[in-house]
Design a protein around this ligand. Structure first.
Ligand SMILES: [Zn+2]
Length: 353
């Protein structure tokens, strides 16, 4: 130890990077060592905290020079929905006879071993193409490494977007939560897109919660797209809306207040500003909310609408109401839905928020 201290600094290897226990700098095998595994970057790679900080710093500087931020994207129900073939219900069985896509442009895939159907979300290819010009993209599913890589191939058959940046459950230290510690960037420059906010307890400020894409049927009362033989709108669906939000944040980050260096800006502040403006000026009446089973879910939507800047009221007043959110899509049309049509108000369902 003393000898190490007396040596000139550059001769002492700090073993900042190990691959399968061997230091990539000096070649020494180091067994008593603590660091963080970064298998998704390279199998067996471990980095010291200092080395991680250094890499995060270098990478973010490089990205800022290219006018890019980082976007961390969940897979399931964010970019796609998948279901095991054996779990298809009677109303979905027809899918087995539909020709799956094989090339890189389609949205419907059948995988073997294990047999699984995958439906990519409408607009996803345009979304990734545009997002990749503004962000370094990460895929961050809760599933296995195998699943994550397989889905990344479907989404990015040419390998243009993700490279090795697929972080899966295997990489997580605490298996129940996702963390930005594994992303090589600073939190001030990272946006997360996920349908499930509960897996990001420490990074809510970075999170854009997207409405979950349920193509296949789930244990819900509402009919799924597959059962109705429909799909989410390509032009007005969640991804088409999200790319506009991302474009807005990206533009604000790089074009506003150019006197402030990118490293001193913070995407979380911009997200908060934008969030409070999304529904500003909207006065919303929620229709069809008296169904007991859906009350909890509905009240969450009211909270969210308020966070987005909307005013929510509980009486139908033709002078102030701008939007009627129709809670139930599959039930017969309610009284207020008819009212909205008569008064020419925007009638939208809860997916709109
Ligand atoms: Zn070393």
């Amino acid at each position: 130890m003393e000898e190490a201290i007396n040596k000139p600094k550059d001769e002492v290897c700090r073993h900042a990077r190990l691959v399968h226990g061997t230091c990539t700098n000096c070649g020494q095998f180091v067994d008593d060592w603590h660091g963080v595994a970064f298998d998704y970057v390279q199998e067996g790679l471990m980095l010291t905290r200092d080395e991680i900080a250094r890499l995060k710093d270098t990478n973010i500087k490089k990205l800022f020079d290219e006018k890019k931020l980082q976007l961390v994207i969940d897979l399931d129900q964010t970019l796609l929905h998948s279901k095991s073939v054996e779990k298809l219900n009677l109303e979905e069985k027809y899918l087995e006879n539909i020709q799956a896509d094989s090339g890189g442009g389609g949205l419907f895939y059948k995988l073997e071993t294990p047999e699984r159907m995958v439906k990519l979300r409408p607009f996803v290819r345009n979304f990734l193409k545009e997002a990749s010009t503004m962000f370094e993209l990460y895929i961050y599913p809760m599933g296995s490494e195998f699943y994550g890589k397989r889905m990344a191939q479907l989404l990015d058959p040419q390998g243009n977007y993700f490279d090795n940046r697929v972080i899966s459950k295997h990489d997580l230290i605490d298996k129940g939560k996702k963390t930005l510690d594994l992303v090589l960037g600073q939190e001030s420059g990272i946006i997360i897109l996920d349908d499930d906010e509960t897996v990001w307890p420490d990074h809510k400020e970075n999170l854009i919660t997207i409405f979950p894409y349920s193509y296949f049927s789930e244990k819900r009362k509402r009919k799924s797209y597959s059962e109705m033989k429909k799909d989410e709108s390509e032009s007005y669906g969640a991804l088409a809306f999200t790319i506009k939000v991302l474009r807005g944040i990206h533009g604000m980050f790089f074009n506003r207040n150019k006197s402030i260096l990118p490293c001193n800006r913070d995407v979380r502040i911009l997200m908060r500003i934008l969030q409070s403006k999304v529904l500003k000026g909207c006065v919303i009446f929620f229709s069809g909310v008296d169904d007991d089973d859906e009350c909890k879910e509905c009240s969450d939507f009211v909270v969210k609408a308020k966070e987005l800047g909307a005013e929510c009221i509980d009486t139908l007043d033709s002078s102030s109401v701008t939007h009627v959110v129709s809670w139930t899509r599959t039930k017969t049309e309610g009284e207020s839905d008819g009212w909205a049509k008569k008064e020419k108000k925007f009638l939208v369902n809860q997916r709109w928020i």
